[in-house]
Design a protein around this ligand. Sequence first.
Ligand SMILES: NC(=O)c1ccc[n+]([C@@H]2O[C@H](COP(=O)([O-])OP(=O)(O)OC[C@H]3O[C@@H](n4cnc5c(N)ncnc54)[C@H](O)[C@@H]3O)[C@@H](O)[C@H]2O)c1
Length: 402
Amino acid sequence: MAMSRPDLAPQTGSPVAVPARASRGPLCVAIVGCGKMASAHAAALLEDERCELVAAVDPVGEAAAGFARRFSLPRTYPDHRAMLRAEAPDIVVVCTWPPDHAAPVVDALAAGVRGILCEKPLAVTLSEADRMVAAAEQAGAIFMVGHQRRLEPRYALARQLVAQGAVGEVLEVIGAAGGDLLSDGTHLVDLVRFLLGDPPALWVFAGIDRTLPERMSPEGFGTRDFNTTRHRYGHRIEGGAVGHVQFARAAGPEAAGAGARVGAAPGAGAGGARLLFETGCLARPTGYQSLRVEGTLGRLAISGDPSGDGAPWLRIQRDRGWEDVPLPRVNAVQRQDAALLDSVLAGRATPEAALLLGHSARADLEILLAALESAVQRERVPLPLQPADHPLERLESGEGGR
Ligand SMILES: NC(=O)c1ccc[n+]([C@@H]2O[C@H](COP(=O)([O-])OP(=O)(O)OC[C@H]3O[C@@H](n4cnc5c(N)ncnc54)[C@H](O)[C@@H]3O)[C@@H](O)[C@H]2O)c1
């Protein structure tokens, strides 16, 4: 199933052919939330002999029924709790909107599932994120979050080049993404953390734009949802954002799972690389999730998702001009979902799965909420951030901001 843009996977259409196989594997998978991203996962999992898609959950009966028909799932449920009781699945894939991630994740873990793939962003508040991460730790289950872009060759090879010192010490990364901070900035922050070897962030300073729709840049990456409802995926959004994230000096990939924290907030400029991000209507219209990495010995440029038929690219500049790095084609969602199955079968996270675990997504969310908090408070926000509500909700209710 060739599907290079999971976010563009059609929600409706003709049934997907289930590959013929003598016997299905032992892992029973249920999918919660039957929309666009669920289709990308179902298509990927149908290709994998080691699992069987047994149930689809969606309160919208038509969505569940259409999805079940299309991907040949035998049973549908309007509610995840009923599904967990009846099916006792091995794996649950959670593709609801972010405010509805925590309930199915925590309930599935309590019901004894062995693996969960929850879509990004992990949640809209840190307390919900903490609840999920703690429940997964207590259950000893594999808990992955859908930041599958880490497995896309343009970013994975860039990470390898950085780790090999090909551009020297990274001083700054400039990143752009369309959409809003939580929905799209989550990939951007996650990819930059990945490139840098998952160092802790020290502080965040950001501003957001909430100007009237007619003043939004027509060439930019603004979201239609901001113009119309100021909500997207069930949560409040900004029209655009720009900001800086100061990371600690790179601690290497092994820091990814260490939950390292820097106690005291250092002064501006301390630490390692800095991310300069621009999102939504404030982003220049380069590729979606495009990155430029400035090092002491050279630079990298990553296309992001090129528009039209263009292929993604990764370029490096050292002493001679820019060189293209050859990129293999990979379906990152398929690779991510296979890593989940590998890990559940092995009883521990494989190296690929270890890049996508819940605590890493929690670190992304902390940076994104710190950016919103900074915009609301109009000051630099040191990390760790205390678990609290969604800063934009507070701002709109008139309680936040100065
Ligand atoms: N990893 C990626 O690259 C990527 C790309 C796009 C979207 N996403 C993420 O995937 C998630 C889903 O996005 P989408 O675009 O598929 O949304 P969608 O609107 O297409 O689908 C969501 C579905 O969830 C259903 N739903 C609502 N409440 C539910 C509940 N309590 N239980 C079960 N189902 C429920 C809705 O009826 C709908 O069918 C979001 O978190 C989004 O950010 C990830």
